[in-house]
Ligand binder design. Structure first.
Ligand code: PEP
Ligand code: MN
Length: 338
């Protein structure tokens, strides 16, 4: 439930409402707006009727029900958009943030070469998998800690913050030591113990949508992070499973636009996993920007034909430079900024 304080509510009146919400068995989430304060009463086991009765408390304008099952991620709770700061790179602000790099970190040379090239082309974050969720146990599984060290070195050399996936609860501390942003992979979107653990880690999170997750399930996964104390969450649409087999996944851009309506969290799109096809990365990147994406995640490899994972959906270094050029001249960016 939401308690909307009136514009002239005093600090004392606000504190009284917060105390009452806690007494009634809910968590109180305070959102200070430019004009008024809104306080969310969130939880499942509190005494709702007593919150409703706060309508009569001094300084309270209205008590309203949050209509969606996700509360803290809902735009009803927070109208102003969240900006997630990843070591100085602001996602959800005016600029489109492009995260680029190889699917997997394969060697120091491969990563450094890619990092310098994507930086020169305008990428703002470096991506690269150290721990890889592979469909087959016989496929390359990632270099683990060694890859994290290469990522750190590449970050220091280029100034690009790092985003990398953490697959398991046991690796959280290690990955958080090296990475600026932790990625929850599509297959782990509903790994609730991993979500709970990452809610307590002082790092921003990139939460990929599960391949068969509905928008509601995706936003409820984000709710775990916010409810557990981590509100620096960026959502990533990376394609879902449909009957279509011509593309690896179906990049659901309607979900990008919808989630921007439903939630205050920033949203990025991943046209590499979303299509599986290099030739579709540029058109779908433009389409994602048109749908309102705050950023893009793109796989880039110096020699995609030699990539140990996801070569067919990776741009080479020139291809990435071309993509960035296209995005800069695309009028959709102008429309979006307006
Ligand atoms: C990745 O980013 O390389 C990756 C494995 O992504 P997803 O979890 O979306 O498949
Ligand atoms: Mn990949």
């Amino acid at each position: 439930m939401l308690v909307n304080m009136s514009a002239g509510a005093t600090r004392q009146e606000i504190n009284h409402v917060i105390d009452r919400i806690k007494e009634c068995g809910f968590q109180a989430h305070v959102i200070e707006g430019a004009e008024r304060t809104v306080i969310g009463a969130v939880g499942s086991s509190g005494r709702r009727s007593e919150i409703e009765a706060l309508r009569a408390a001094p300084g309270v304008e209205a008590v309203i029900q949050i209509a969606t099952p996700f509360k803290l991620v809902s735009r009803q709770l927070r109208q102003t958009r969240t900006i997630v700061d990843v070591s100085g790179v602001r996602i959800g602000a005016e600029d489109l943030v492009v995260m680029a790099g190889p699917c997997s970190v394969e060697s120091r040379e491969q990563l450094l070469e890619t990092a310098h090239a994507v930086k020169a082309s305008g990428a703002r974050l470096l991506r690269g998998g150290a721990y890889k969720p592979r469909t087959s146990p016989y496929d390359f599984q990632g270099l683990g800690v060694e890859a994290l060290r290469f990522l750190k070195e590449a970050s220091e050399a280029t100034g690009l913050p790092i985003v990398t996936e953490v697959m398991s609860e046991v690796d959280v501390e290690t990955v958080a030591e090296y990475a600026d942003m932790l990625q929850i992979g599509a297959r782990n979107m509903q790994n609730f113990s991993l979500l709970r653990k990452l809610a307590t880690v002082p790092r921003p999170i990139l939460l990929k949508r599960g391949p068969s997750a509905t928008v509601k399930e995706w936003l409820l996964a984000a709710e775990y992070l916010l409810a557990g104390g981590n509100s620096n969450v960026v959502l990533c649409e990376r394609g879902i499973k449909t009957f279509e087999t011509a593309t690896r996944n179906t990049l659901d851009l309607a979900a990008v636009a919808l989630v921007k309506e439903l939630s205050h969290l920033p949203v990025v799109a991943d046209p590499s996993h979303g299509t599986g096809l290099r030739s579709l990365i540029t058109p779908m990147s433009k389409a994602a920007v048109g749908a309102g994406a705050d950023g893009l995640m793109v796989e880039v490899h110096p020699c995609p034909e030699r990539a140990l994972s996801d070569g067919p959906q990776s741009l080479d270094l020139n291809g990435f430079a071309e993509l960035m050029k296209e995005l800069r001249k695309d009028p959709l960016q102008v429309i979006r900024a307006a």
